[in-house]
Ligand binder design. Sequence first.
Ligand code: SAM
Length: 348
Amino acid sequence: MAGTGDAGAEGDSLMGCARLVDKPVSEPRHEPVLLAEAIAALAPSAGETCVDATFGGGGYSRALLASPIGRLVAVDRDPAAVERARELARGEPRLIPLEGRFGDLDTLLAGIGIDRVDGIVADLGLSSDQLDDPERGFAFQLDGPLDMRMDPHGPTAAELLARLDEAELAELLFRLGDEPDARRIARAVVRRRASAPLARTSELRALVHAVKRGRPGRHDPATRTFQALRMAVNDEPGELARLLAAATRLLAPGGRLVIVSFHSGEDRLVKHWVESDGGRRLPGSRHRPPPPTAGSPRLVWAVRGPIPPSAAEVARNPRARSARLRVALRTDAPADAEGEPVAKRRAA
Ligand SMILES: C[S@@+](CC[C@H](N)C(=O)[O-])C[C@H]1O[C@@H](n2cnc3c(N)ncnc32)[C@H](O)[C@@H]1O
């Protein structure tokens, strides 16, 4: 296994769901997590249209193409992943590769004339192919530029570290990384950049180590800082929220939504979205039954509670340990006020 080291507290999200395996460079290095469970949950019938919203190394897509699926749209924001999807599509006419962000899913699909799908799967986080490349700047164990972008747009991690003020930086580290020393790290970043900008992963790691000196933990002290920055650079919470809204509009009645997350914040977002019916009502609880809603729920759980990886999978691939899979079913309640997905509203 190449050296990415320990994944960290919830740092399996930092490491994505990946394990690095010794394979030729041309082949994807990513080992899919919860693969059998995700495919069984999506369960495409003959002729159905589904979306793999996170193509990555193509593990999920390959397994889906072994089913009687009619069409599979493979989305990724990383041009390198989309190139792999294009290669696979050369011998597979049912596969349609699309470069873009899954938060824009209904616009992306409208662009190819699709306004209804039968299943959507998203396997959040990073692939090993991204993590293992020092030039991408995701892994604190590998020296490289502080980039951390999954696609070549928007500010890099180095630019965020140069631009945010101390309070903004502390808030970001605390909110997205649960970093208990967020304020001290933010202060150290601001002090350091007065003399020289932080440009390399090794520099940021050394700074965090210096701040957290004497507080050894189970994981590398820089884990939470790197996780928070990566999530901010790629607007991961915003992307997930937009994906949930788009999926609710796009899924046909009976359609399946399958999400694999690696971080409790992401899993909470999915749970809250389904249980609050996309923000239309407060979720119920043991103490508070759900209040009456204006309409029927649009999503219901296909399986109550998250599905974790099996002990055998965790033993084989320790980075799978924080993965959680959730499966929701689309009901026949109207999608939104207009009751139509974006493509139909545009066409009208
Ligand atoms: C964990 S990997 C997916 C691995 C894949 N299931 C497989 O079996 O190989 C996550 C992938 O999702 C992509 N990704 C993350 N956020 C995205 C977003 N908002 N829109 C599109 N792709 C995204 C990443 O670029 C990465 O390639």
